[in-house]
Design a protein around this ligand. Sequence first.
Ligand code: C2E
Ligand code: MG
Ligand code: MG
Ligand code: MG
Length: 286
Amino acid sequence: VSKEQGRNRFHYFTASMQEAAQTKMHLINDLRSALANEEFQLHYQPIIELATGTVQKAEALLRWKHPLRGMISPLEFIPVAEETGLIIDIGNWVFHEAARQTQRWRQQHQPGFQLSVNTSPLQLRADTNSLERWRRSLKSVGLPGNALAIEITESLLMDASFAKRLVAIHAMGVEVSLDDFGTGYSSMSYLKKFDIDYLKIDKSFVANLRPGSSDLAICEAVIVMAHKLGIMVIAEGIETLEQQNLLRAMGCDFGQGYLFSHPVPAAIFEQLFEARSKPLTVTGQG
Ligand code: C2E
Ligand code: MG
Ligand code: MG
Ligand code: MG
């Protein structure tokens, strides 16, 4: 490699780095105004009771419709929102919107309906006041806390202050779901220490479920363990009938995935309530 080539490669490298940094700067700027410009919306994915095939719950998933770029995935903008601290205001908006929608659906469609809301570990830090905001949202909407569940990730359980937060969350009636179980720092000691209501088996374990597979053994063990600890189990990422049948046979309580429906806007989700008495097999769109 000549000196000249080396230098060119270096220039090329910095140019693309600069471009990436610029893209991110734009993203940060646009994210700052997205709330005020009402560019966020929630989509809803049904959570199915596997024994009956009926819709009992749903997960709210945040969508950002960028004025120029169109839909941007939460996998792209949530990390940026976390880095900049914008996730606190965004997360509080998500909680309030989820509470408002849940109240409507419980009144108009299904009294026992529960919505599950994703949270960032940052929202549950002592200094962010999110819990107080959530309490006010529930009150202003007139919704009992147990109509909502928050989804947390395993990393939060290592936080020294989380035990106190968890007590405060449960005091509001809000339930707690451990998301993406098995992908993070899963430790049995956390399950012993914390009073968790639901455990969500990550979709990476569901993707290759087959009779005799190691993922099947893992799922079965997790279900048995969770039940003995009084925790209900939700399987994520169910895409095939075989996966659904295997999980149901193992006693998995709930399932979620493209087999039943993609996450959809509120107006489309409402159509699922009509089908709630019948087992939901395949819908899905966009
Ligand atoms: P998650 O909480 O684990 O959400 C499940 C993700 O799996 C969603 O992706 C959902 O669309 C997708 N999914 C559902 N069924 C299937 C399936 O059958 N197969 C496959 N391959 N995927 C499926 P999405 O909506 O892109 O969200 C990605 C992540 O972004 C979420 O993962 C969550 O960690 C985060 N997120 C979404 N909304 C929020 C929010 O309001 N607040 C925070 N803090 N994070 C959020
Ligand atoms: Mg989730
Ligand atoms: Mg998940
Ligand atoms: Mg996941």
